[in-house]
Design a protein around this ligand. Sequence first.
Ligand code: ZN
Length: 366
Amino acid sequence: MTSLAQQRQDSDFRDDSSDRTSQPVAASTDDRYSRQVLFRGIGEEGQRKLAASRVAIVGCGATGSSLAGLLARAGVGTLRIIDRDFVEPSNLQRQSLFDENDAAESLPKAIAAARKIAAFNSQIAVESKVDDLVPGNIEALLEGMQLILDGTDNFETRYLINDYAVDRSLPWVYSAAVGSYAVTLNVLPTETACLACIFPDSPRGMVETCETSGILNSAVNLVASIAATEALKLLVGGRGSPNLRRTLLSFDLWTNDHAEISATKPRPGCRACGERDFIHLRGEGRPHITLCGRNSVQIHERQRPIDFAELNSRLKPHGLVRHNDFVLKFWRDPYEMTLFPDGRAIIKGTTDTAVARSLYARYVGS
Ligand SMILES: [Zn+2]
């Protein structure tokens, strides 16, 4: 009895409120950012600048998830999330935008991230790009962005971002975390050191990765918090913001060792920002097949649009296969192939590029 009366009251109230106010969203916006506007580094004007800002996050794994979550909640108006991968159970320990359903559905991370963000901030625009950032598409994928944030897990992509950013004089923030160690650098082309000033070549030999050394989720959140805050300073105060950090900062959360290396000036003779020789942007020596993570190979195809329904029925006799709108998965012991609509594939169960290539040719096409 009471509940029926209550229901009627509730629905009356809803009808009333929608008649009364034509902009119910505006009122909640003011409230949403009220604590951030109170912070004197942001203020009303800063909040308006954030709403008009356009930021790209390249890679939406652990660091990218945290960056995207922080900046989406802070009200950055447009976030473009670029990621080539799909959600797996082993991601859930640290990749804060994903849940068990995303992993069960093998959703592409860029799609799952946008869905999650829409649930807590539907007032900003999130552009999902399920793609591998490479020289051939970097211009299209980063067009119109005013700041690039690094959520990648490899130096190849970071050097590519660095070349692009230096060429366009766009600021970007390098971030990395492995084990309990976090490191980050703001790159302000022509003013500060770039990534190639500090690391002229990518580390050789055995390099620690999340696959070999593991990772603490707190190291990820630390580096993302620092990088996201530097992003806010840049978006609100511009490059002249006096509090922008001009060092390479590293911190080991387990041992408490920390260090800062000055990065205030470009290194004379730097290939990228000194000689403006953009070898990574030109894609020199870049393999079409790259290893990504443990025991898997990625195959890039230039453009091979795939009809999932058709391929699904073609693959059925050869193994377990299922698909949704975003990915098709095919299991053939001991391999697991994940295909994207543009023809890109990630093949698990081998690190041998020849094996991966032949599986792809046999089941998808050569
Ligand atoms: Zn440089």
